[in-house]
Design a protein around this ligand. Structure first.
Ligand code: THU
Length: 130
């Protein structure tokens, strides 16, 4: 799967984001190692701390469908800036795929690709596991 195609899938999700509080819409598309795509948007709440990021919505949909292994995450935000996954999302993504690549882009302009290892070099790991 082409990185630009996955970014386009994430971009197509922007209208579905629920972001009345921040006004910052985010769309995510997550590619499984089997080639299936799961999508997500940020879902905000009046109790701000209950907000869920787009990438975790996509990841949790994939997990609930039985997938556990992912190769590429595409993340697009409205506006110019490129969204980087927050620390909580990095930790949650790392639970499943340490080898994940993360492509980020604004609505226009160049994308950038990171590895999850770069973004989260030292994840929390429960002692005795993994
Ligand atoms: N947000 C995401 O959806 N993903 C990220 O990686 C960073 C932040 C959302 C959460 C909230 O709805 C809005 O962006 C502003 O923080």
């Amino acid at each position: 799967m082409d990185v630009d195609k996955l970014l386009e899938s994430a971009r197509e999700m922007l209208p579905f984001a629920y972001a009345p509080y921040s006004g910052y819409r985010v769309g995510a598309a997550l590619l499984t190692t089997e080639g299936k795509i799961f999508k997500g948007v940020n879902v905000e709440n009046a109790s701000l701390g209950l907000t869920m990021c787009a990438e975790r919505v996509a990841l949790y949909a994939a997990i609930a469908a039985g997938y556990r292994s992912f190769s590429l995450l595409a993340l697009v935000a409205e506006g110019e800036s490129r969204p980087l996954p927050c620390g909580a999302c990095r930790q949650v993504l790392g639970e499943f795929s340490r080898g994940l690549r993360v492509a980020v882009a604004g609505e226009k302009g160049e994308s950038k690709i990171f590895t999850l290892k770069e973004l989260l070099p030292h994840p929390f790991v429960l002692q005795g596991k993994k």
